[in-house]
Design a protein around this ligand. Structure first.
Ligand code: ZN
Length: 476
């Protein structure tokens, strides 16, 4: 059978991702699978008396009203002057803050860094959405078919979750010691693997730290020929080299920039790179020039400060609420990992973390486009929780609350090329909104107090999503 009903429904739901302006669109009917998680389902919804951080970088505004019609934001403005249509479902959200749905750019759907890597294809979509991530680029997978099938299930509303942009298996060079990556030996192979995964639905590709400049160029050309994008956790190729080759986004920032390692040899990852980074002077003219060059070329960077903090014995504490999401056996493993971070081979000192922060702040000051991502890991760093932790880390890095939210929302949408459609709370964009109790401007930790998440105009109950994920991370 050449076309199943399922294929046609998939094509229809994927077309909803295209960045087009269709005006007010009626939503599809809520499926039986996601109904238990839905708390707001009405053709017209008004969120009144909210504190708004709109994602554009503008400072927060008090007492605003947001009107949602169908899947999109119809109007936003001061409550006093914003008309609420007759028949709208009105939610008085005094004491709440609304921010755009987060656009995460490192949102894995497998749980690694423990004895056995497991799929998080049930728990990750629930947790990302529960903490406000409404669009998620996965940045590589150890279980690419699990991820592809999960993304299909989410797009068909068989399970609640963010819009996923999947990225296929990790791509690397022949020197890789890791069994998880596809080691690319030739230009023809790079093309073949990229084309295959493009046909399977990948829209991004993730390269790793042992790839050569030549193979990275092959991957970028093959992806760009299909209108797709490439990101990397680099080491053997420097940021300057990758930028010149046309890479779209550099993951992790300063800590993986091998540009500054003395004696760095072309196409080789210098051993101990991460530790030597702590000796680099971020304020030096050479480093500052390299930051400006990246910004001027338009190569974007994805901040993942929070996950690196989870490798800091000085700073990182396991979060009780996050630990409750783990399967009990895996939880014991994570607790052991945490108790013994130093034995894990990677320790991120406070000195290094501060340099990462400074580098990102200087990159943005130079006009660079910075997004953010979670990068969940067996150190106890979980989907959703980690995305919100990035907010606190970005504040510590010296960004204002409005800029930190912009990095996590509109900047991410710009990196994905979806900023006309998502990423900010303005009329015409998709109604992707996060409602939190309290005021994350004066109390950053309030950003964890998510009550409702709207994706495409449909409101999900954050507690129901979290409860459904409890005990599942590390199993499914
Ligand atoms: Zn990662």
């Amino acid at each position: 059978m050449p076309f199943s009903l399922r294929t046609i429904r998939l094509a229809l739901s994927l077309s909803a991702l295209l960045p087009t302006f269709a005006g007010a669109q009626a939503r599809q009917q809520v499926t039986r699978d996601i109904r238990p998680f839905v708390s707001v389902d009405a053709p017209v919804v008004a969120l009144t008396h909210v504190r708004l951080i709109d994602g554009t970088g503008a400072a927060s505004r008090d007492d605003q009203t947001i009107v949602i019609e169908g899947t999109r934001i119809a109007r936003v403005g001061p409550s006093a002057g914003t008309t609420v249509p007759a028949g709208a479902r009105v939610l008085d959200l005094s004491g709440r803050t609304v921010v755009p749905g987060f656009v995460g750019l490192h949102e894995h759907t497998y749980f690694g860094g423990v004895r056995r890597t497991t799929a998080m294809t049930t728990s990750a979509p629930l947790l990302y959405l529960a903490f406000g991530v409404t669009t998620a680029m996965t940045a590589g997978s150890q279980l690419p078919y699990h991820e592809r099938n999960m993304a299909r299930d989410v797009s068909l509303d068989r399970t609640p979750g963010p819009r996923f942009l999947i990225s296929g298996p990790y791509l690397d060079g022949p020197a890789t010691r890791s069994g998880m990556a596809r080691a690319l030996e030739s230009p023809a192979e790079a093309r073949r693997v990229v084309d295959y995964w493009a046909d399977e639905g990948a829209t991004w590709f993730k390269v790793m730290g042992q790839i050569s400049r030549e193979r990275l160029g092959d991957v970028i050309r093959a992806a760009h020929a299909r209108g797709l994008r490439v990101t990397g956790h680099l080491c053997s190729v420097t940021f300057a080299e990758a930028s010149a080759l046309g890479i779209d986004a550099l993951q992790h920032g300063f800590i993986t920039a091998s540009d500054y390692v003395p004696g760095k040899r072309p196409d080789e990852c210098p051993i101990g790179n991460m530790h030597e980074q702590a000796d680099v002077d971020v304020g030096s003219p050479a480093v500052q020039a390299s930051i400006r060059a990246l910004a001027q070329r338009g190569t974007s960077v994805v901040s993942t400060l929070g996950v690196y903090e989870s490798f800091s014995p000085e700073r990182f504490q396991l979060d009780t609420a996050a630990m409750a999401m783990l399967d009990p056996e895996v939880r014991r493993e994570v607790e052991a990992n945490h108790a013994n971070i130093a034995a894990g081979g990677l320790v991120v000192t406070d000195v290094l973390l501060k340099k990462m922060m400074r580098w990102e702040r200087d990159f943005v000051a130079a006009g660079g486009l910075l997004g953010a991502g979670c990068d969940p890991w067996g150190t106890g760093y979980l989907p959703g929780f980690g995305d919100v932790r990035n907010y606190e880390m970005l504040l510590e890095a010296g960004f204002s609350p409005a800029t930190a939210i912009q990095i996590m929302t509109l900047n991410g949408a710009r990196i994905l090329g979806m900023d006309r459609d998502i990423g900010a709370i303005t009329a015409g964009r998709q109604a992707d909104l996060v409602v939190v109790r309290g005021d994350p401007v004066s109390r950053p930790r309030d950003l964890y107090q998510v009550t409702t998440v709207f994706r495409g105009g449909l409101g999900y109950d954050a507690k129901a999503l979290r409860d459904a994920a409890r005990g599942l991370v590390g199993v499914r």
